[in-house]
Design a protein around this ligand. Structure first.
Ligand SMILES: NC(=O)c1ccc[n+]([C@@H]2O[C@H](COP(=O)([O-])OP(=O)(O)OC[C@H]3O[C@@H](n4cnc5c(N)ncnc54)[C@H](OP(=O)(O)O)[C@@H]3O)[C@@H](O)[C@H]2O)c1
Length: 209
């Protein structure tokens, strides 16, 4: 399975490294692929870099790890190529960095996912990797004992199952919370957001059995 990753910064680069270590091929989609050359050398031949279209085109599944404000432009660029593929979305609005688009997403009340979903109506959207800081992902993957919990929500059961497998292979405990409408329960401001809770703690906090 090949994974496309939009963005190769703190989240994209960290999760990409964990997937490459797990044996997956990853293609980063960024605006300046040439700048990634030094970093790619550390991926043991498992990673490539190209445009956003390059990353999406050859991928079985895509992770979005771009600034939230970039969504309108990126969605317009990749929409036709992405089609109905599974899209794991780690993006989070961060005021004031993400401008009016980010502010509007946070003000919706039904979940920031619903600011993104209409931009890519055919994609099988799954919120994933949106709650845990990159330093925790980097230092706590595959830890002994209870692993860090990663809440997931999406409407397509197969896409959510695939996301859960990829979360586990990256070294974390996938917590399937429910359909996309449940993702607001782990948006910014929620108890589990940026909490470094373990999987069992996330399940208890969100009432997931
Ligand atoms: N950092 C965290 O701990 C953390 C935790 C949870 C969720 N998140 C969310 O994850 C997303 C990524 O965060 P990050 O910390 O990884 O950001 P980052 O380190 O700034 O990386 C952003 C990546 O996106 C690319 N990018 C920037 N502007 C773009 C644009 N206009 N169009 C397309 N690509 C663009 C950048 O590469 P180019 O400039 O070369 O295109 C870069 O590789 C954000 O939405 C953030 O809120 C972050």
């Amino acid at each position: 399975m090949r994974i496309g990753i939009l963005g190769a910064g703190m989240i994209g680069g960290t999760v990409g490294r964990l997937w490459a270590d797990a044996g997956y091929g990853v293609t980063f989609g960024v605006r300046h692929p040439e700048r990634l050359r030094p970093m790619l050398g550390e991926f043991g031949g498992k990673a490539r870099a190209g445009s956003a279209i390059d990353a999406v085109d050859g991928a079985d599944i895509v992770l979005a790890a771009i600034p939230f404000r970039a969504w309108p432009d990126v969605a317009a660029e990749i929409g036709a190529t992405l089609g109905d593929k599974a899209l794991l979305d780690a993006t989070v609005p961060d005021p004031p960095r993400d401008g009016a688009f980010g502010d509007a997403a946070l003000a919706r009340g039904d979940g920031v996912a619903f600011a993104v979903a209409p931009l890519l109506p055919r994609a099988k959207l799954v919120r994933a990797f949106s709650t845990v800081m990159w330093t925790t992902l980097q230092s706590q993957a595959h830890r002994a004992g209870d692993r860090i919990g990663i809440p997931l929500a999406g409407d397509d059961k197969e896409a959510v199952a695939l996301a859960a497998r990829l979360v586990a292979d990256a070294g974390f405990d996938p917590v399937v919370v429910g359909p996309l409408s449940q993702s607001r329960r782990f948006d910014p401001g929620a108890a589990v957001f940026d909490s470094d809770m373990s999987g069992p703690q996330v399940r208890a906090a969100l009432g997931v059995v």
